[in-house]
Ligand binder design. Sequence first.
Ligand SMILES: Cc1ncc(COP(=O)(O)O)c(C=O)c1O
Length: 445
Amino acid sequence: MATKTKPSLPKTSRGAALWAERSRIVSSGTAAYTDLVLERGLGAKVWDVDGKEYIDFAGGIGALNVGHCHPKVVAALREQAGKLLHTSFHVAAYENYLGVCRELIAVAPIPGEKKAILFNSGSEAIENAVKFARGFTKRRTVIAFDNAFHGRTLLCLALDGKHKPLRQGLGAMPPDVHHARYPYSYRPPMGVSPADLTAHCLESLENLFRVSAAAEDVAAIIVEPVQGEGGFIVPTAGFLKGLRSLCDKHGIVLIIDEVQTGFARTGKLFAIEHDGIAPDLLVTAKSLCGGMPLSGVVGRKDIMDSVATGAIGGTYGGNPMACAAALAVFDIVKNDGLVEKGKTVGETVKKRFDAFAAKYPFVGESRGLGAMRAIELVTDKKSKTPLPAAKVKAILHDCQDRGLIAIKAGVHDNVIRTLMPLVIKDDELERGLSALEGALDSVKL
Ligand SMILES: Cc1ncc(COP(=O)(O)O)c(C=O)c1O
């Protein structure tokens, strides 16, 4: 198979010079989905330092559902910057931290009394959700899933369901973490029919209880309602409900990781609402804050109050600037129909991706929920052998040449996913999808 691989930037451009400097002075440990150096963004468009315009289907990896530099977010930040930048919530409270907690408590699909707390990153919130679960249950074991992604701090690395490159060469991981099977219907275990996949995965969990992680030692099961980095894998019907039942049966805390799925991406405010089950703890980050670093855990009051005062927190968690931006995001969600946009953008992308799956022999599957959509690329539909990562990279480079930023996902790095801002205009969405189609058209088998 031949794909276009011409370099994206002329070697003499300012972007190329800055990129070369990035390679020289920034640790090579951080991923590089593109070789772009950006200067500004607005809505679903960004411009690089050489003035070239791109449609952004990456949205800061799902952190920009409200778009780049949303005017309400920018205005809130400008106003807040003149008032208070930082106190540390440990030292003194401030009103917009309470405002964000109030909003999270109001919208979290969890019945009964709730409390919330704020952090900086998704990983930090995940780590603390596990601490709450351990504090509450006085148990130590945590169960995560194959293909899962929960972050890159040490405990999150242990939870991740992909070894390379995440844990590669990094030594011992925190103990008492086990992985169970997530229902990946495009790649079910050999001999398991799609109809049996939910039961098979729930039984694999029961087996784990019997073999290596006694249910009475399990503090938490942590799960993404749609796996993000794992390849936009939507679980089979009944799987999440089954997890809820198992947690109820064994007194296990169910942690739902909505870091990538949350804030309207799937056509609901939180993806778990599609399944109608209640988490014990819900973790949010990314699009909660329109581009600023903020995350949170919202959950049952009894769990959230179960750890010693001082055991949870950090200098910057729920910083006043980030809280100001998050309150603007809640305003946009309520008043600008963001959840509806998650549905309509998703419908448009789905139509095109379904057509790609019908048109190209190397598009194995079109899948997703709302505007969280993906295509999985294979060498051929029969073998489902993942298209080699280098080929996928070449397609994404071609997209970049055509003015589209698109990124990959998947345990085999063979999935192209869409996380465009939901405020994207119809003509921008069409331009982005056409650029992707052009790149797929130029793939030669
Ligand atoms: C589902 C999920 N959980 C947790 C994280 C970690 O978030 P962060 O990168 O902000 O630490 C991510 C990041 O992509 C994610 O997608």
